[in-house]
Ligand binder design. Structure first.
Ligand code: BGC
Length: 765
């Protein structure tokens, strides 16, 4: 009785608190609305259009167009924000123009591509996703926000949440891989990390979810190419991460460059108004990608005036760099092609963002020299980067336990990626502290001192053939070539390999062979490097391949011939330390793939959550006539989604279900025992997959529905439990209704998407 009484009081108090909080929020909103209503009343049409204009301030740009006459335009009230301008001093200087020399003194926002860290750079997003550690990922975004805001920024063009199942596409490196569920969890974590719980704090920045939408499904993996996709696939597989980021409160969204089912995203009203705003309730503003409005001309939608109007009317609020809004919208209003209410609405959303960032209260909130000196590259940030990198590496093969290496004897460190610090941070690391990012060689030497003798052979010329290498140098981070011939380089490498106990070959892609505008049709390690690798293997010394890459590579030959392969992606500022940690066993690798490694390019797109087809192969079988398969390769990947080895081993047993059936609205639990059967402490990522066996629409053969990262001492075992509710079984049906369907389901639990234990249950009425 007494308990009941206390419970009622507690409930009442919490309800009142909730109501008060709601009231407080709405008072805040009311204040903001009143302020912005007042401001809009004072603004001329030209000033409103000016707010919709985003210009570059210099530094990194990703298109051929660079803004000119920026200061003058700011003075005229023609600029709403600037991107790619950093440091408090420089930002203060241009902000001062906006808030002292314009009629209405409206502050500007300052954005940049802070994608995987700022000066402290974390692994590329694809690598980060292989940690499967949502808290860690959120922490990295938090640190990125602290450093970026300390350097004057208040807006980042991140997270990039495009699902991609095509490793030919260079930008697969910027996302979280192929999976919808994991991608959605990461999307939310990134937004929370950047924005914190209060955007107006001086150490939080506004997130921008990109690229809306479906950019990762570009045909043939060729960047900027067309996407054509069924609603079934869109809603169930590609859209959820964007939606998750928006539900986590992302303040802005960036359109994508691609065409979607015949209407480019940047002019797509269905996408930006019906779906984003009406269905999902997005309240922030939409910015285009770099000159994406102008590119609508090449898409074939009309001249600049026409496409600018189309884009605004579709729901775009801010024009990045192209100045189509600035130069044409007034005319379109006069000709009745654009309504002033549409411009008012776009302007309002941009002003709201500025208000939420606290810029009207203090336009220099993020311009604090002291913070810039003390909050960037802090030791704890670097420590987090080292930890994140270590956890992002995926051990693909370790025959005969070549790894970890012993800290004695002689090591031959060889290859074009062994002595380049600038290649370590990877794509989109425009602010990275390159001066202090050491190469693998220097990092290893510093960490190991005289314990291990390191012999070194670099061989930059073997990165790729010269012309190829030239094409992959957008940010000038190429690896300087010398005049030596391939023969000489290989001879030197073989000579030192022969004098060593073990060979560490640092090979793969240079950072600019990945990322934007870096699509490839051949995903092998470049031929030049392969010849080096072959020569090294012929010495008979154990070879460890430390593989740098921004995408799954096709490694069938390496998987057959090289005893150990550690995929290190691009690990950020602390790559060298983290690689040394893992190679020498101070850190036990635990990363698991979030993107399938195909056997060859012809299998692409290859992903674990495919449909069964009407003519599936019997598991493990190949070839079978009139079945869905190939004549020249089986259907399996080389390394499946979720795969990754450790220096210890894990055994799974005793999969148990709490029930064989449950009702809609209810749930069931599945538990499994995981034991560390090796001799080292290790982390294991335990994965839960579900298959909906019968549906009104075809369903994937497996879908990730949960995962847990656990740590086990040698010999230790843990029971890992997952709850599966009917909500977890929902999907969008043909009528786009999001619901679960009654019937039989299978569940699978294991350490990757292929090696699993399975059970089943029924969902009843
Ligand atoms: C990229 C975006 C990026 C923008 C601004 C574009 O080329 O597609 O991801 O945010 O440039 O740098």
């Amino acid at each position: 009785m007494k308990f009941k009484y206390i419970f009622c009081i507690a409930m009442l108090l919490s309800l009142t608190a909730h109501a008060q909080q709601k009231k407080a929020v709405s008072i805040h909103d009311q204040k903001m609305n009143k302020f912005i209503d007042g401001l809009l009343l004072k603004m001329t049409l030209e000033e409103k259009i000016g707010q919709l204009n985003l210009l570059t301030g210099g530094e990194a740009t990703t298109g051929s167009v660079v803004s000119t006459g920026v200061e003058d335009k700011i003075r005229k009230g023609q600029v709403g924000g600037i991107f790619s301008l950093t440091t408090p001093a420089r930002i203060r200087k241009v902000q001062e123009i906006a808030v002292t020399q314009t009629r209405l003194k409206i502050p500007m926002i300052f954005g940049q591509d802070v994608i995987h860290g700022y000066k402290t750079t974390f692994p590329i997003p694809l690598g980060m996703s292989c940690t499967w550690d949502i808290d860690l990922i959120q922490k990295t975004a938090r640190v990125a926000a602290i450093e970026a805001s300390a350097d004057g920024l208040n807006w980042t063009f991140s997270p990039m949440v495009d699902i991609s199942r095509d490793p030919r596409w260079g930008r697969i490196s910027e996302g979280s891989g192929e999976d919808t569920y994991l991608g959605s969890q990461i999307a939310m974590a990134m937004v929370k990390g950047y924005q914190g719980d209060d955007l107006s704090k001086n150490n939080t920045i506004m997130a921008c979810v990109k690229h809306f939408a479906l950019y990762g499904a570009a045909e043939a993996g060729r960047d900027y190419n067309t996407t054509d996709m069924s609603l079934n696939r869109m809603y169930n597989e590609y859209l959820p991460p964007y939606k998750a980021a928006i539900e986590a409160g992302a303040g802005s969204v960036m359109t994508s460059f691609n065409d979607i089912n015949g209407v480019p995203a940047t002019a797509n009203k269905w996408l930006m108004t019906d779906l984003l705003r009406k269905q999902w309730g997005f309240k922030g503003f939409v910015v285009t990608d770099y000159t994406a409005i102008n590119e609508l001309i090449d898409h074939g939608l009309g001249d600049l005036q026409k496409v600018s109007a189309l884009s605004l009317n579709a729901g775009v609020d801010m024009d990045m760099v192209g100045e189509g809004f600035l130069s044409t919208l007034k005319k379109s209003v006069q000709q009745g092609k654009v309504k002033t209410t549409q411009i008012d609405q776009a302007c309002r959303l941009i002003l709201e963002a500025k208000y939420k960032l606290g810029l009207f209260e203090d336009p220099f909130r993020y311009c604090n020299e002291e913070r810039a000196k003390t909050e960037i590259l802090k030791p704890e940030h670097l420590q987090l980067a080292r930890e994140a990198a270590g956890q992002s590496f995926v051990l693909l093969k370790n025959e005969g336990n070549v790894l970890p290496l012993r800290k004695t004897g002689t090591i031959a460190l060889i290859g074009p990626l062994s002595n380049t610090g600038t290649n370590m941070p990877g794509t989109w690391s425009v602010n990275s502290d390159l001066a202090n990012t050491v190469s693998l060689l220097d990092g290893m030497k510093a960490a190991l001192g005289s314990q291990v003798k390191i012999l070194h052979s670099f061989g930059a010329n073997l990165m790729a053939d010269e012309e190829y290498q030239k094409r992959a140098t957008m940010f000038g981070r190429d690896i300087p070539r010398d005049s030596r011939s391939e023969e000489d380089i290989i001879k030197e490498a073989v000579d030192i390999a022969k004098k060593s106990d073990v060979v560490v070959a640092a090979l793969g892609e240079s950072s600019e062979m990945t990322g934007e505008s870096s699509s490839r049709t051949n995903l092998d390690i470049p031929e030049t490097q392969k010849r080096l690798l072959e020569a090294l293997l012929k010495t008979g010394k154990p070879v460890v391949l430390v593989l740098f890459s921004g995408r799954p590579l096709t490694l069938s030959w390496e998987a057959q011939n090289v005893p150990a392969i550690l995929n290190v992606w691009f690990g950020g500022t602390e790559t060298a330390k983290a690689v040394t940690d893992v190679l020498f066993g101070d850190v036990n690798p635990s990363g698991k793939l979030t993107t399938t490694f195909p056997k060859n390019v012809g299998q692409i797109p290859l992903y674990y959550s495919h449909k069964n087809t009407g003519r599936p192969l019997v598991a493990g079988q190949w070839f079978s006539k009139f079945r869905s398969n190939y004549l020249d390769v089986d259907n399996d990947p080389l390394y499946p989604f979720g795969y990754g080895l450790s220096y210890t081993t894990f055994a799974y047993s005793d999969l148990k279900m709490s029930n064989t059936s449950f009702k809609k609205g209810g749930s069931v639990t599945a538990s499994i025992v995981v034991k560390n059967t090796g001799s080292r402490e290790g982390r294991e990522i335990v994965q839960l997959y579900v298959q909906d066996l019968v549906g009104t629409e075809t369903r994937p053969v497996k879908e990730l529905k949960g995962f847990q990262k656990i740590r086990l001492l040698p010999g230790e075992q843990k029971t890992v439990t997952f709850k599966i509710s009917s909500d977890d079984l929902r999907f969008y049906n043909a009528a786009l209704k999001y619901d679960s369907e009654l019937g039989d389901f299978k569940i699978f639990i294991g350490g990757n998407s292929m090696d699993v234990m399975e059970s089943s249950f029924k969902l009843k009425n």
